[in-house]
Design a binder for this molecule. Structure first.
Ligand SMILES: [Zn+2]
Length: 319
């Protein structure tokens, strides 16, 4: 079985990628009809897609395995499927590609859910922890996890995406019914913040304190490393959260390091209340403009020194 799998991938990734979708269709017709095929404990999914970082539709094939949520984790959300990406064809090769959303597929049955590659999340998270840990005091639970403990980080990622996706479906304007008003730079920054702050709040209330720190690290601190705060909703959301913490004195610069107060992961929920009020006051008609004003109010604060400290090691390592 393994040999057959290897040969499928070998044939698929040779120079004739485009023709190979035809070859594969002959060899494995079910894959190319967009269905999943189980190979022992693995799953193959193939199809035509337009992934992030690419404008054109290409053929692609992935082999995934399941990551089970811990049995006592009380949230399940079928639209979020956290998986390990075991093997892929070229179109998925960019390590920054951490998820495939329904809109990425041109056809096929995967349009029902989002696939999250938790092993790629983990590479991204642990690299960021290495770069940022020395710059930050706070988040004692997260920083105490051994950086090489991949399974722990993969489960945290799986729990995060499950909460994240399920909270997208909540609120006055649930995301899936309101993609148009929630897809501008500003409104999507607020939406991403809203769902992760709801997730952190859920974690605090249900005693998932490691997970709360993990999600806080991802949303508030890590996105600022890799994403622009000017044209990327994740980078912008991070900047807003950092500004909120700074203005409320839960984040300070002490001896050229970022000092987070003991209450940083709970006080950030104040920003969730602001977002809730903003949504309550907004209508479908003025949503995008109101979102722009909400964000720009936060952008007035100069937090460049904070961002500079957070990025210091990453910038040095890039040189
Ligand atoms: Zn999201």
């Amino acid at each position: 079985m393994q040999n057959r799998l290897d040969s499928i991938f070998a044939n698929f990734t040779n120079a004739h990628l485009r023709q190979n979708i035809g070859d594969l269709a002959l060899a494995e017709p079910q894959i190319m009809s967009g269905k999943e095929i189980a190979f022992e404990s693995k799953t193959l999914i193939g199809g035509m897609l337009r992934p992030l970082f690419s404008k054109e539709i290409q053929s692609g094939l992935i082999m995934i395995s399941q990551v089970a949520l811990p049995s006592d984790f009380p949230v399940r959300f079928p639209k979020a499927r956290p998986v390990i990406l075991e093997k892929s064809t070229q179109v998925f090769a960019n390590p920054r590609l951490v998820a495939i959303f329904p809109e990425n597929w041109k056809d096929g049955y995967c349009r029902e859910y989002s696939l999250y590659f938790v092993n790629r999340f983990t590479l991204r998270t642990t690299a960021a922890i290495k770069d940022m840990e020395a710059q930050i005091s706070g988040l004692p639970r997260l920083f105490q996890i051994n950086i090489d403990d991949r399974p722990t980080f993969e489960i945290l990622a799986a729990q995060w995406v499950t909460l994240h996706e399920s909270f997208h479906a909540t609120g006055k304007f649930p995301y899936s019914n309101n993609i148009r008003i929630k897809s501008s730079l500003y409104s999507s920054a607020i939406e991403e913040l809203r769902v992760d702050l709801l997730s952190i709040n859920w974690c605090n209330k249900n005693s998932y304190f490691h997970l709360a720190e993990y999600i806080f690290f991802e949303r508030v601190l890590r996105y600022i490393l890799d994403s622009s705060t000017e044209n990327d909703c994740d980078g912008l959301s991070s900047r807003i959260a950092l500004t909120y913490l700074f203005q409320n004195q839960h984040l300070k610069i002490v001896n050229d390091k970022i000092h987070l107060s003991k209450y940083a992961t709970t006080s950030i929920i104040g920003l969730l209340i602001e977002i809730g009020n903003f949504e309550k006051m907004s209508s479908e008609l003025n949503f995008r403009e109101a979102a722009r004003l909400f964000c720009q109010n936060y952008l007035k604060e100069n937090i460049e020194p904070i961002i500079g400290i957070l990025k210091k090691n990453r910038d040095q390592n890039m040189r």
